[in-house]
Design a protein around this ligand. Structure first.
Ligand code: ADP
Ligand code: MG
Length: 483
């Protein structure tokens, strides 16, 4: 993809790099044993460490370290055997320590790669610069009335993985593909639940514009874009804003901006701090983090098959198109459902039925695949009933609708409701004979123009309640009318 803006002075392209904060799926915080459950009563999950009490000592949570390494491996990235926690000093009312423990010069994960699956079936790699571990801050609540701001420290100290991309993205839609793919990998790994509504996955977008071939322009960072839909809209708005400024002779100030999803625009929040403003220094309460020799190897041995490999396997093993395979592997549960259905029926048909029929019904019912009323095995059985001629495609859709409603198995529905396809040629012949005798006008028309023979097929379908095998009907009609 290449996305450009046509201005008065020529064509502009955009350059985007994403910084994503992914909350580690861990029951305890990064440096304390306090709980992390979402939606708890305010300030009920706060240890003295998270409240910034004097004299508190952080103790690193090994489970969170393991999840960061797992994520690094999933992004095909270098794992650094030694990394360092540093203090990033700044003031926020909801940051009681007065600093955030983060990693700066020595992150736990270095360079990696994420592959975008483009709509045209090609792939495009986006560089991962680094992944580091850091603490989340608390939350200020401004909307409870009383002219006061309340502070909830439940989130304070929760483990985040900050995943930074190279400025390789050139299109707002690519940023969305990047976010979707990253979310998919995190969920396969089980290291982050990817829930954007609950804030488990947040995206800061760095955006600049330039004339093709020119060096990178000055960037602005759009903070905390919290839905897939807004990622593209925020980037597009910001790029146009920058082009307007540059074309009217202005310069871009490097700054942090906020996306207002109601107005659909970004607005200035603060001018960008330089790294030296934070006075980073290694946290004296924490030793450098050294991973034991076999730590990484042991995690590597437990990695699941990830979306890229699974997609490639689905294409070779089941003959699926890259698009279909991509859709089916995006969520681990969907890919498992698919493989189970494909074991019972035709793999390509299984893909079609899941992507069109099942997803359609699930969407309408607001359900996810894990609470599908139709089990994967039952969908597979339905496909085998089409294959062995028991059901026509049309009847199968009716049976499918009943399955979705009742949760019953397809063979039971076919049996109880007499929905078998009629392939008995004797019965079909009798109906056609009668149609020919009763409709001499139609016979003459069809004999003159065989293209309209469908009228007979339609009549037979009507007479059998859609149960006649259309292939058999067409054959007999053609034979009897000498077409
Ligand atoms: P900082 O530490 O100030 O946040 P980084 O160098 O870590 O700066 O970059 C942060 C993000 O900005 C990265 O995702 C990077 O890809 C992106 N980025 C850097 N330069 C540009 C640019 N000129 N235009 C767009 N994005 C950029
Ligand atoms: Mg940054």
């Amino acid at each position: 993809m290449s996305w450009t803006i046509e201005g008065n002075t020529g064509t502009w392209e955009i350059v985007v790099g994403l910084e994503v904060h992914a909350q580690v799926s861990s029951q305890a915080k990064l440096f304390s044993g306090a709980a992390t459950a979402y939606g708890a009563e305010p300030n009920t999950q706060v240890s003295p460490v998270d409240a910034g009490m004097p004299g508190m000592l952080p103790v690193v949570n090994a489970y969170c370290v393991e999840q960061a390494v797992r994520t690094g491996l999933g992004l095909k990235a270098e794992i650094n055997k030694v990394s360092v926690f540093e203090r990033k000093n700044y003031f926020y009312p909801d940051l009681p320590q007065g600093y955030q423990i983060s990693q700066y010069q020595h992150p736990i994960v270095g360079k990696g790669e994420l592959i975008l699956d483009m709509p045209d079936g090609t792939q495009r790699p986006i560089g991962i610069t680094r992944l580091h571990l850091e603490q989340d801050a608390g939350k200020s609540i401004h909307d409870q009335g009383h002219d006061t701001t309340l502070i909830d420290l439940n989130r304070s100290g929760v483990a985040l993985m900050e995943i930074v991309s190279e400025p390789d993205i050139r299109d707002p839609e690519e940023a969305v593909l990047y976010m979707r793919k990253l979310r998919s990998i995190l969920r396969y790994l089980g290291t982050c639940d990817g829930n954007m509504e609950e804030g488990s996955l947040r995206c800061d977008a760095n955006v600049s514009v330039r004339k093709p071939g020119q060096p990178f322009g000055t960037r602005c960072e759009i903070k905390n874009v919290n839905s897939m839909r807004f990622v593209a809209r925020a980037i597009e708005y910001e790029a146009r804003r920058q082009v307007d400024i540059l074309e009217s002779g202005g310069v871009i100030e490097q700054e942090t901006r906020l996306f207002d999803s109601v107005k659909g625009e970004t607005r200035s929040m603060r001018s960008k701090e330089e790294a030296h403003d934070y006075r980073y220094f290694p946290d004296p309460d924490l030793l450098p983090l050294e991973l034991p020799d076999d730590f990484v190897e042991q995690i590597k041995a437990t990695l699941p098959e990830l979306p890229d490999e699974k997609r490639a396997r689905f294409m070779t093993e089941y003959g699926l198109s890259s698009y279909d395979a991509g859709v089916l592997v995006a969520e681990r549960e969907t890919s498992e459902y698919y493989e189970e259905a494909a074991r019972h029926g035709d793999p390509k048909q299984a893909a079609n039925w899941i992507i069109t029929e099942l997803f359609g019904q699930l969407n309408k019912a607001g359900k996810s695949i894990t609470d599908s009323p139709i089990s994967a095995a039952d969908l597979g059985k339905l496909l085998s009933l089409i294959k062995d001629g028991t059901l026509s495609g049309r009847l199968a859709k009716d049976v499918f609708a009943i399955m979705f409603e009742t949760g019953d198995a397809p063979d039971k529905i076919v049996e109880e409701r007499g929905m078998k396809q009629v392939t008995d040629t004797g019965a079909i012949e009798a109906i056609i004979d009668k149609l020919i005798a009763d409709n001499p006008g139609q016979v003459a028309t069809v004999q003159k123009n065989p293209k309209v023979a469908g009228w007979f097929t339609g009549q037979v379908m009507k007479a059998t309640g859609g149960k006649a095998n259309p292939g058999v009907v067409n054959e007999i009609v053609a034979k009897k009318l000498g077409l």
